[in-house]
Design a protein around this ligand. Structure first.
Ligand SMILES: *Cc1c(COP(=O)(O)O)cnc(C)c1O
Length: 396
């Protein structure tokens, strides 16, 4: 079977997948640029700081930088990679609340003057190792409605945020902003409404205490369109509603603040996921019996350790270009390694795959452009990281 291509890969992507004789991940630079343009059209006035971890590929970063994007970096190495695009350093912030003294000092040496934070300990370290910098405090969110909640490890309560910002002011830093992250692949507009409300409450308290943040960072979490959920159901994020609620939230925050506000977003997945696809191949379609029942397993050439790290939380649409219209069998989909986590999580949800699938058949794994290249292991079980290929207007 061929999964309906209801977020069809672009002609460019399709041509590159068809031409590929070997496994690789293909990234459509023009598609990523178009996604960036759409985002700016939907959210006028937003400055984008692309979350590098979603696709730390030089060609992608270079295109985004040329369009005016900045970067959300999480370590000195990411900062250095961002700067290699030629982006001005004031468009790069250190968005990771977790950083050692050494890494704060290294970022400061590279010229970074804007740091995320969520604790007085981190503020004290920034004051010593990056004196005079601007800090923005990350508020915790519930993470509800997202495939990955990100709710416990990062962010503080409103009360703590006020204490953190006051500590920053006392330490000679500029308490310049507030940030949130509503959770990755956030599927509800309500999450952004809730985030804007939390931000507004803290902003009002800070303003009353004479602290006037002038920048609101709405974080990442914007969804991709082409995934199936971990049970194979279609994910259909209400993107128009999400954008409308974000615009309303921006207006609300502007009304609350005593000073003009700049708005920043840190999309990762949303800009790249649907503009990348993996050309993999069938390792084997096998049949075994468990408790008397016949069970099919489709082993792909790539899996959790080389390109499909997120396969335990979602299912990718698979396309079998050499078996159009073939009869299907329901199969558990898994990667090629000797690790039992290297598989779609819900074994009971079988994926229809061509019953005649043979070793070597090409398989396209769609919407796999986010959290793929950075998450590959250096040859776990001897399976190499996938090479990548970028395509562009001219090639399509
Ligand atoms: C990972 C991350 C992002 C991007 O998240 P997406 O869900 O991919 O948009 C943005 N900001 C921060 C601080 C992150 O850690």
């Amino acid at each position: 079977m061929n999964t309906p291509l209801n977020t069809p890969p672009s002609t460019r992507l399709r041509a590159a997948l068809e031409a590929a004789g070997d496994d690789r991940i293909v990234l459509d630079l023009a598609g990523i640029e178009a996604q960036y343009d759409t985002l700016l059209r939907e959210l006028p006035g937003i400055a984008v700081r692309f979350a590098m971890k979603a696709c730390p590929v030089d060609e992608v970063l270079g295109r985004l930088a040329a369009k005016g994007s900045g970067f959300d970096a999480a370590s000195p190495n990411e900062i250095a990679q961002a700067l290699r695009t030629g982006v001005p350093v004031d468009r790069v912030h250190y968005g990771n609340t977790i950083k050692s003294d050494e890494h704060i000092a290294a970022a400061h040496r590279l010229g970074v003057r804007e740091f995320a934070t969520d604790s007085p300990e981190d503020v004290a370290a920034i004051a010593v190792h990056a004196p005079g910098s601007r800090v923005f405090c990350r508020l915790a969110t519930s993470g509800e409605g997202a495939l990955w909640g990100l709710s416990r490890k990062f962010g503080c309560s409103g009360g703590d945020a006020v204490r953190v910002m006051e500590a920053a002011r006392r330490a000679g830093l500029t308490p310049s902003g507030l940030s949130v992250h509503v959770g990755s692949q956030q599927m509800t507009a309500d999450a952004w409404r809730d985030a804007a409300d939390r931000l507004a409450d803290v902003l009002a308290v800070l303003n009353r205490r004479g602290i006037h943040p002038d920048r609101i960072n709405l974080g990442g979490g914007l969804p991709a369109f082409g995934y199936l959920d971990s049970r194979g159901g279609v994910l259909d994020p209400p993107i128009d509603k999400i954008f409308a609620v974000i615009r309303e939230g921006m207006e609300h925050l502007r009304a609350v603040s005593r000073v003009p506000l700049d708005f920043v977003m840190e999309p990762g997945r949303h800009l790249v996921a649907d503009h990348g696809a993996i050309r993999a191949h069938v390792s084997r379609l096998s049949t075994r019996h468990r408790e008397g029942e016949r069970e099919h397993w489709l082993y792909l050439s790539c899996g959790k350790f080389n390109g499909l790290y997120e396969m335990d939380q979602l299912q990718y649409r698979l396309h079998f270009p050499s078996r159009p219209g073939a009869d299907t069998v329901p199969a558990v989909v898994a990667g090629p390694t000797c690790d039992s986590d290297d598989a779609y999580a819900h074994e009971h949800n079988r994926v229809p795959v061509p019953g005649a699938a043979a070793s070597g058949d090409p398989v396209w794994v769609l919407s796999s452009g986010a959290y793929a290249t950075g998450y590959m292991t250096q040859g776990f079980n001897g399976f190499d990281p996938l090479p990548y290929l970028c395509v562009d207007h001219e090639q399509g």
